[in-house]
Design a protein around this ligand. Structure first.
Ligand SMILES: Cc1ncc(COP(=O)(O)O)c(C=O)c1O
Length: 330
């Protein structure tokens, strides 16, 4: 990631590469928070949550705000809290496939002298800057939610990884050079752990080349296939919390005990889905996650929709009201 073209991709002053996002959260969040205050999104990814727990152990105070709710966050920010102040949240959510209003959160961070720390593991490589040349509303270049909403890196630290869109064991923190210099001595994995394997660096570089040369075409294909899946689900009356059109599509189940059989049915029909079983998620959020990738084909999407039709005949999916509720709880 050190080369100039990749720095230019995310548009930050600097980036620091480490093997995984998990390592970054565990070590960078405690450094940024110090003995100050963390405002943690109520549905932040487990790895962010764990990073905040480490920070708490180092003297930070952690407050949780209602998922993606800027008004709740603002009320918390208005109270007298110890600096430095850090707001931690996901970009594109790993289950719902939706994204928070990052521009509003960035404004709050600036107004309240806080730093917005965004994990866009799932947006990086998929959504990016908007402009007249874009082929679809995912935007261009896949350079993450920060660029997608037209933000700068003022009071924003972006964390993203290449383990999703690029299938490579590599992640990065993007922000000011000064932060990078601090992390190079203060973040233990940089000094004390091994780097990303050479093979992963090679696939990351190759992936970045593909992104440069035909990333937007691939994203357009993905966009079309995701639209087809979402349209097909709507026709089948299967509810999903996905309102973004991004290619992460969660399907909640009415009966959490169906999860094993549903997983078996999908697997036996050649569908690889990520199962969200209890106690990984609360019972009312049990379901499965479909993710459309650029290497899927239209035929596979047709097969998926047929399989989902069969699934809906055998198992009860969660009715709309409950699915919406599930999205806002926790
Ligand atoms: C939002 C989010 N952050 C972090 C991670 C972990 O990333 P890594 O494998 O780079 O540690 C994941 C999933 O694997 C994720 O969905």
């Amino acid at each position: 990631m050190g080369d100039a073209s990749e720095l230019e991709l995310v548009g930050a002053e600097d980036t620091l590469a480490l093997p995984t996002i998990t390592l970054i959260h565990m070590t960078v969040i405690p450094i940024l928070a110090g003995s100050g205050t963390i405002f943690l999104d109520g549905r932040a990814h487990k790895t962010i949550y764990d990073g905040c727990s480490v920070a708490r152990g180092h003297g930070a105070t952690v407050f949780r705000f209602t998922h993606a709710d800027p008004e709740h966050l603002e009320r918390l920010l208005q109270a007298d809290t110890e600096p430095p102040r850090l707001i931690c949240m996901d970009g594109v959510n790993s289950m719902t496939g939706n994204a928070p209003d990052v521009a509003t959160f960035a404004r709050l961070a600036r107004e309240h002298d806080a730093l917005l720390y965004v994990d866009d593991a799932h947006g990086f490589g998929v959504i990016g800057e908007r402009g007249p040349g874009e082929l679809c509303d995912y935007g261009m270049r896949g350079n993450s939610i920060v660029r997608h909403v037209g933000e700068t890196y003022e009071n924003i630290v972006l964390v993203a990884g290449l383990s999703k869109a690029y299938s490579s064991l590599l992640a990065f923190v993007a922000g000011p050079t000064e932060l990078k210099q601090i992390l190079k001595t203060a973040a233990p994995p940089y000094l004390y752990s091994g780097p990303s394997p050479i093979a992963s660096l090679a696939t990351a570089l190759e992936g970045l080349r593909v992104n440069r040369e035909r990333g937007d075409e691939l994203r357009l294909r993905m966009h079309r296939m995701a639209r087809r899946v979402l349209g097909g689900l709507a026709e089948l009356g299967i509810v999903t919390p996905n309102t973004s059109g991004y290619p992460i599509i969660e399907v909640p189940l009415h009966d959490p005990d169906d999860i094993d059989e549903v997983g078996r049915y999908l697997f036996d029909h050649g569908i690889y889905a990520t199962m969200a079983a209890y106690p990984l998620v609360p019972k009312h959020e049990v379901g499965f996650r479909l993710q459309v990738t650029a290497s899927n084909t239209d035929e596979q999407v047709s097969h998926l929709l047929l399989t989902l039709n069969g699934l809906a005949e055998r198992f009860q999916m969660r009715p709309a009201a409950h699915a919406t509720l599930a999205r806002h709880t926790g």
